[in-house]
Design a protein around this ligand. Structure first.
Ligand code: FEO
Length: 386
């Protein structure tokens, strides 16, 4: 499958459809791509390498594009191994090729490789440029999007932004699927903690005339760029994207699940715009995290366990805290057969987050839902849909 960018900018990345878990934690039903590009010019330049699983195929792609041409530069946007694993192989293959990277990347690169490559570094800073001939790269530092050494590169002749992990998405490039859904799951789980840093890079990007975005994962973006940039602005400012209520629950023997079913019905009777239900023990946690950020409200329903929180409820809340969850309304339904404690611990973790409003009443069920619980749930449904 040929990925077309332009006559002079070529795609040499690789699809990976056999990796079990991305970053050893995220399921990727449609795989992932490790993107790499070549700018053909007087000083031909390779933009990033790939994961070690893909180096052999990537080298073949590079050889096919370059033929006898010797590249002048390798630009390293990001040192995470899914993009840097090919550095040793490619620098051996082209011993005169220089490595263009940020100061922070130059400091970190020796951690990743045995060989000392420092004599080949061209260290670049914010706003500095590199003339390639017809093309010109200008470097834009993007610390913590998603590591501290990250930089974007802007090619001003063809108006292409090389955006490192920014605007990346799960899914191999031959996958036909909605960009928003898998880019959102990628964003919140991988970059979500660093909203402030993403906001900074969006401000810098707003000063550039961009026609194409070339990320390190997922499709090359050529049309309707405002759509993607607007999504990144919403996500990185922790604003809800849609009105709706996520009910994230655990249920040990089905009693809490039954209450959740009732709660969904009550919310719908109160004209909730959308209600999404997720079983924290069985559904993809990364998808539930994504939905928690997507919607403006959430109800957490959980049993008590060992006088504390049910483990996957705690895991979910800790993930939300790590990813800087904030600015949302939260309802709570707890269950406990003799000493319900879940609400106490849910509130404790929520209190560590910014701008979380707990919606009253908190519903306490003792084993199975009774008429008085339904009355409380009706009040919660009314309050949270106001
Ligand atoms: Fe795709 Fe942060 O590496």
């Amino acid at each position: 499958m040929e990925i077309k960018i332009s006559d002079k900018i070529k795609y040499v990345g690789v699809n990976d459809k056999t990796l079990d878990l991305f970053e050893s934690q995220y399921i990727i039903p449609n795989g992932v791509s490790y993107n790499s590009y070549i700018i053909k010019d007087e000083k031909t330049t390779i933009m990033d390498t790939v994961d070690k699983r893909a180096v052999t195929e990537w080298i073949k792609n590079v050889e096919k594009e370059l033929g006898e041409t010797k590249p002048e530069y390798l630009v390293v946007s990001h040192l995470e191994p899914d993009h840097s694993a090919g550095i040793e192989t490619i620098t051996e293959k082209y011993p005169d090729m220089k490595i263009v990277l940020s100061k922070r990347a130059a400091d970190m690169l020796p951690q990743f490789f045995e060989k000392d490559l420092s004599s080949r570094y061209v260290i670049v800073g914010e706003g500095e440029s590199l003339e390639l001939g017809e093309h010109k790269l200008t470097f834009v530092m993007a610390p913590m999007v998603h590591w501290p050494e990250v930089m974007f590169s802007y090619e001003s002749t063809e108006k292409v932004l090389f955006s490192a992990d920014g605007f990346g998405k799960f899914g191999a490039l031959d996958t036909d699927e909605d960009w928003d859904c898998e880019a959102r799951r990628y964003y919140f789980n991988i970059v979500g903690k660093y909203g402030a840093q993403v906001q900074l890079i969006l401000k810098k990007a707003a000063t550039l005339d961009i026609k194409t975005i070339c990320p390190l994962h997922g499709p090359i973006l050529k049309e309707n760029l405002e759509h993607y940039i607007n999504k990144y602005d919403i996500w990185s400012s922790y604003r809800p994207e849609d009105k709706g209520i996520l009910i994230a629950y655990n249920s040990i023997h089905g009693n809490t699940a039954k209450a959740v079913e009732k709660m969904k019905q009550l919310l719908e009777e109160n004209n909730a715009e959308k209600v999404v239900v997720s079983d924290l023990a069985r559904d993809d946690m990364a998808e539930v995290i994504e939905d928690a950020f997507r919607y403006d409200r959430i109800i957490i329903a959980s049993p008590t366990y060992d006088a504390g929180l049910f483990p996957t409820t705690e895991k979910f809340l800790r993930h939300l805290k790590h990813k800087n969850y904030q600015n949302r309304k939260v309802g709570i339904i707890e269950n406990g057969s003799w000493a319900p404690m879940a609400a106490k611990y849910i509130k404790e973790i929520l209190n560590e987050m910014k701008n979380i409003t707990i919606v009253e009443p908190i519903v306490t069920i003792k084993t199975s839902m009774k008429a008085e619980n339904v009355e409380e749930m009706k009040k919660l449904a009314k309050e949270i849909t106001k």
